[in-house]
Design a protein around this ligand. Structure first.
Ligand SMILES: *[C@@H]1O[C@H](CO)[C@@H](O)[C@H](O)[C@H]1NC(C)=O
Ligand SMILES: *[C@@H]1O[C@H](CO)[C@@H](O)[C@H](O)[C@H]1NC(C)=O
Ligand SMILES: *[C@@H]1O[C@H](CO)[C@@H](O)[C@H](O)[C@H]1NC(C)=O
Ligand SMILES: *[C@@H]1O[C@H](CO)[C@@H](O)[C@H](O)[C@H]1NC(C)=O
Ligand SMILES: *[C@@H]1O[C@H](CO)[C@@H](O)[C@H](O)[C@H]1NC(C)=O
Ligand SMILES: *[C@@H]1O[C@H](CO)[C@@H](O)[C@H](O)[C@H]1NC(C)=O
Ligand SMILES: *[C@@H]1O[C@H](CO)[C@@H](O)[C@H](O)[C@H]1NC(C)=O
Ligand SMILES: *[C@@H]1O[C@H](CO)[C@@H](O)[C@H](O)[C@H]1NC(C)=O
Ligand SMILES: *[C@@H]1O[C@H](CO)[C@@H](O)[C@H](O)[C@H]1NC(C)=O
Ligand SMILES: *[C@@H]1O[C@H](CO)[C@@H](O)[C@H](O)[C@H]1NC(C)=O
Ligand SMILES: *[C@@H]1O[C@H](CO)[C@@H](O)[C@H](O)[C@H]1NC(C)=O
Ligand SMILES: *[C@@H]1O[C@H](CO)[C@@H](O)[C@H](O)[C@H]1NC(C)=O
Ligand SMILES: [Cu+2]
Length: 564
C-alpha cells in the first residue's frame, strides 16, 4: 500500500496495528453465465464466478479490499457494495448512470471496497437492470485484529442469503413490464443460499442443511437479497437474538420471528437449546398491499442437530406472523436499538442544519390508447416528492466532477410540492401523475441532515425499504399516518437509535432519519423494491467537498468504465 493511501487511512482515524494487515486483499469477480437446475427446470443465469449466491467477500473492520470485476456476460453490468460508505471515493459505489457507466462485455473495472466503521454483515449486488436477482453475495466484516465481538464468540457462523427465483429470464421480466406498463411478473420461488427447499417441487434433495451441536451458539449472517419482497422469517422451536443490523451492532433483541426488507442485513445469534432433532428456518413474504399479486411461497432450510437419527417426522416449522401483519413488522423494526456501548459509541446529529420531508408514491402516467397494464390502462411510475427519476445516459458523478452541464438539475424539492392527506383514502387521481426529471439535492460538507420519509396512499400504499448510499443513518422515529412535525419530533429517540442504511417505512406511515453529510460525492437514495426503483423512486444527494484536507473527493480511477 502506498504512502499516500497510508496517510489516507490515518486521516480516517483508523487504528493501524501492523504493516501486514495493511496489505489489501484482492478478489477477482468474473460476471458470467452459468447453468442451474431449480424447480425441475434447467436455466441459464448471470452469476459471479459461476456461483449462486456469489462468493462471500471477507474483511476486517477498516480494511480496503480490491475487487477486479470482469464482465464476460453479454450485457453491461455494475457492482455495488451495499452499506460500504467508500469515504471520499464514490467512484467504486456502482449504481449505473449515478457513479459510473456499465462495465461493457469484455471489459473489467478494478473497484476499491473501502471499509471504515462498518462491522458485521453487509452484501454486494449488481446495480444495473435486474441483474442483482442472481448477482449478489455477502460481505463479512469481522472486528479488527485483536478486537472482540461485543458478545461471546459464536461457535460457528452460517450465511443466510434470502433471494427470489424466476422460472423465466429476469431480464425478460424487466423488458416485459417496462413494455406493458404493468406490474412485473412475480417470482416462482424464494431461496435460502440458492435453494428453494422442501416445500417446492424437485427441491427436497437439495434443501440447504446446517449441522448444529446441542448447547452451542451460532451466528447467522443474513441478507434479504430478494427483488420485491419483505420477508418474515423464524426458526422452528427456537428463539434468537438480533445483535447487529446493516453492519452495526444492536442491543440484543430477543424474538421468535423477524422481518427483513430488501437490502437489509442482520446478524443473529441462536443457541441450539432444543431436543436433538431437525428444525426449519423458514421465510415467506410480508405484504401489506392486498391489491398486488406476489409470490406467496415459503422457502426453508434445515438445522439438523448432531446425533439426529432419521425418522419420518417433518422438521419443526416456526410460527410466523400472518402475511399482512403490519403491526408485527412495525413492532420488530421499532424494537431495534443501537448497542451504543463504550466500545461502540454512537454519534447522533443534534444540531440539525438541513430538514427534508420526502414523500414516496406510486404513480401513473398516460399511455397511448390507454393500452398499458397499469390501473385504468395507464402506465405505472413511482416518485420521491412527486419527481420520477429519469436516468441520465452519462453518470451524475462524471457530470458533477467534470462540470458537464445539462445532465442533472440541483433543484430537488426539500418538501412535498403539495401537502394533502398523504395517507388518506380515495385520493384524487389528479395527484397521481408525477414530474419526470433528473434532480439532485446538494448538501454542504458537514451538514446535519434530518430526513422524514412519508409514505403516501396514492394508487396503493405499501411499505418501502429506503436505502441511502455512502452513509449510515440513525432511525430516530417512525409512526403510522402523516408525520406531525410539532408533535412527532418530541418522541424521537436520540439516545440509542439504530444505525442503518436501509429502513422499512411502514405502509401509510413515516420514518425519520438523521445523518451527517461528511462523505463528499454523489450518492443515490432509493427504494430497494426493484420494481419501484425501475419506476423512478430514487433521487441523488451530492455532498460538496469540505475546505480542510481530507474532505475532498479523490480523483477517479484510470479504468473507470467510459460512458461512450
Ligand atoms: C448452459 O446450457 C445450455 C443448454 O444446455 C448450453 O448451450 C450452454 O453452453 C450452457 N452454458 C454454460 C455457461 O454452461
Ligand atoms: C439439465 O441439464 C443436465 C445437464 O446438462 C441434464 O442432465 C438434465 O437432464 C437436465 N434437466 C432438465 C430438467 O432438463
Ligand atoms: C482489464 O482491462 C485492461 C484494459 O483493457 C486489460 O489490459 C486487462 O488485461 C484486463 N484484465 C483482465 C483480467 O481481463
Ligand atoms: C409474464 O406472465 C405472463 C402471464 O402469465 C406471460 O404471458 C409472460 O410470458 C410472462 N413474461 C415473461 C418474461 O416470462
Ligand atoms: C399466503 O400463504 C399463506 C400460507 O402460507 C396463506 O395463509 C395466505 O392466505 C396466503 N395469502 C395470500 C394473499 O395468498
Ligand atoms: C389481513 O388479511 C385478512 C384476510 O385475508 C383480513 O381479514 C385482515 O383484515 C387483514 N389485516 C390487515 C392488517 O390488513
Ligand atoms: C405490537 O406491539 C403492541 C404494543 O406493544 C402489541 O399490543 C401488539 O400485540 C403487537 N403486535 C404483534 C403482532 O406482535
Ligand atoms: C392507437 O389507436 C389508433 C387507432 O386505433 C392506432 O392507429 C394507433 O396505432 C394506436 N397506437 C398505439 C401506440 O397503439
Ligand atoms: C443523453 O442525454 C442527453 C441529455 O438528456 C441527450 O441530449 C443526448 O442525446 C443523450 N445521448 C444519447 C446517446 O442518448
Ligand atoms: C387522512 O385520512 C385518514 C384515512 O382516511 C383519516 O383517518 C384522517 O382523518 C385524514 N386526516 C385528515 C387531516 O383529514
Ligand atoms: C405532481 O405534479 C404534477 C404536475 O405538476 C401535478 O399534476 C400533480 O398533482 C402533482 N402531484 C403531487 C402528489 O404533488
Ligand atoms: C421522461 O423524460 C425523458 C426525456 O424527456 C423521456 O425520454 C422519457 O421517456 C420520460 N419518461 C417517462 C416515463 O415519461
Ligand atoms: Cu418502494
Amino acid at each position: 500500500m502506498s504512502l499516500h493511501a497510508l496517510a489516507f487511512l490515518v486521516l480516517l482515524g483508523l487504528t493501524i496495528q501492523s504493516q501486514a494487515e495493511l496489505t489489501p486483499k484482492t478478489y477477482y469477480y468474473e460476471v458470467k453465465e452459468a447453468n442451474f437446475t431449480r424447480l425441475c427446470k434447467n436455466k441459464t443465469i448471470l452469476t459471479v464466478n459461476g456461483e449462486f449466491p456469489g462468493p462471500t467477500l471477507y474483511a476486517r473492520r477498516g480494511e480496503t479490499v480490491i475487487v477486479n470485476v470482469k464482465n464476460v456476460g453479454d450485457l453491461g453490468i455494475t457492482i455495488h457494495w451495499h452499506g460500504v460508505k467508500q469515504p471520499r471515493y464514490p467512484w467504486s459505489d456502482g449504481p449505473e448512470f449515478i457513479t459510473q457507466c456499465p462495465i461493457k462485455p469484455g471489459a473489467n473495472f478494478t473497484q476499491k471496497v473501502i471499509l471504515s466503521d462498518e462491522e458485521g454483515t453487509l452484501w454486494w449486488h449488481a446495480h444495473s437492470d435486474w441483474s442483482r436477482a442472481t448477482v449478489h453475495g455477502l460481505i463479512v466484516i469481522r472486528p479488527a485484529f485483536g478486537r472482540p465481538y461485543p458478545f461471546p464468540k459464536p461457535y460457528a457462523e452460517y450465511p443466510i442469503v434470502l433471494a427470489e427465483w424466476w422460472r423465466q429470464d429476469v431480464e425478460a421480466v424487466l423488458l416485459d413490464f417496462t413494455r406493458t406498463g404493468g406490474d412485473p411478473n412475480t417470482s416462482d420461488a424464494l431461496t435460502i443460499n440458492g435453494q428453494p427447499g422442501d416445500l417446492y417441487p424437485c427441491s427436497s434433495a437439495e434443501t440447504t442443511k446446517f449441522i448444529v451441536e446441542q448447547g452451542k451458539t451460532y451466528m447467522l449472517r443474513m441478507v434479504n437479497a430478494a427483488m420485491n419482497l419483505f420477508l418474515f422469517w423464524g426458526i422452528g422451536g427456537h428463539a434468537f437474538e438480533v445483535v447487529g443490523t446493516d453492519g452495526s451492532y444492536t442491543k440484543p433483541l430477543k424474538s421468535h420471528y423477524g422481518v427483513i426488507g430488501p437490502g437489509q442485513t442482520m446478524d443473529v445469534l441462536f443457541k441450539a437449546d432444543q431436543p436433538i432433532g431437525r428444525y426449519y428456518i423458514a421465510a415467506r413474504p410480508y405484504n401489506s398491499q392486498p391489491l398486488i399479486s406476489f409470490d406467496n411461497t415459503t422457502t426453508t432450510a434445515i438445522f439438523e442437530y448432531k446425533g439426529y437419527k432419521k425418522t419420518h417426522s417433518k422438521p419443526v416449522f416456526p410460527h410466523l406472523p400472518k402475511v399482512n401483519d403490519t403491526s408485527a413488522s412495525v413492532n420488530f423494526t421499532n424494537s431495534l436499538r443501537s448497542l451504543a456501548s463504550r466500545a461502540h459509541p454512537i454519534n447522533v446529529p443534534m444540531k440539525i442544519t438541513r430538514n427534508f420531508v420526502f414523500t414516496m408514491s406510486i404513480n401513473t402516467v398516460p399511455c397511448a390508447n390507454n393500452s398499458c397494464e397499469g390501473p385504468r390502462g395507464l402506465r405505472f411510475r413511482a416518485s420521491v416528492n412527486n419527481i420520477s427519476f429519469n436516468s441520465p445516459n452519462i453518470s451524475v458523478l462524471d457530470a458533477y466532477y467534470g462540470r458537464i452541464k445539462g445532465v442533472y438539475g440541483d433543484d430537488f424539492p426539500k418538501f412535498p410540492p403539495l401537502f394533502f392527506n398523504f395517507t388518506g383514502t380515495n385520493l384524487s387521481t389528479s395527484l397521481e401523475t408525477p414530474l419526470n426529471a433528473t434532480e439532485a439535492e446538494v448538501l454542504e460538507y458537514g451538514d446535519n441532515v434530518e430526513l422524514v420519509y412519508q409514505g403516501t396512499n396514492l394508487v396503493a400504499g405499501i411499505d418501502h425499504p429506503m436505502h441511502l448510499h455512502g452513509h449510515s443513518f440513525y432511525v430516530v422515529g417512525s409512526g403510522l399516518g402523516n408525520f406531525n412535525r410539532s408533535k412527532d419530533r418530541l418522541s424521537f429517540n436520540l439516545v440509542d437509535p439504530p444505525l442503518r442504511q436501509t429502513v422499512i417505512v411502514p405502509k401509510n406511515g413515516w420514518t425519520a432519519i438523521r445523518f451527517k453529510a461528511n462523505n463528499p460525492g454523489v450518492w443515490l437514495m432509493h427504494c430497494h423494491l426493484e420494481r419501484h426503483i425501475s419506476w423512478g423512486m430514487e433521487m441523488v444527494f451530492i455532498t460538496k467537498n469540505g475546505i480542510r484536507p481530507g474532505e475532498s473527493i479523490l480523483p477517479p480511477p484510470p479504468d473507470l468504465p467510459p460512458c461512450t
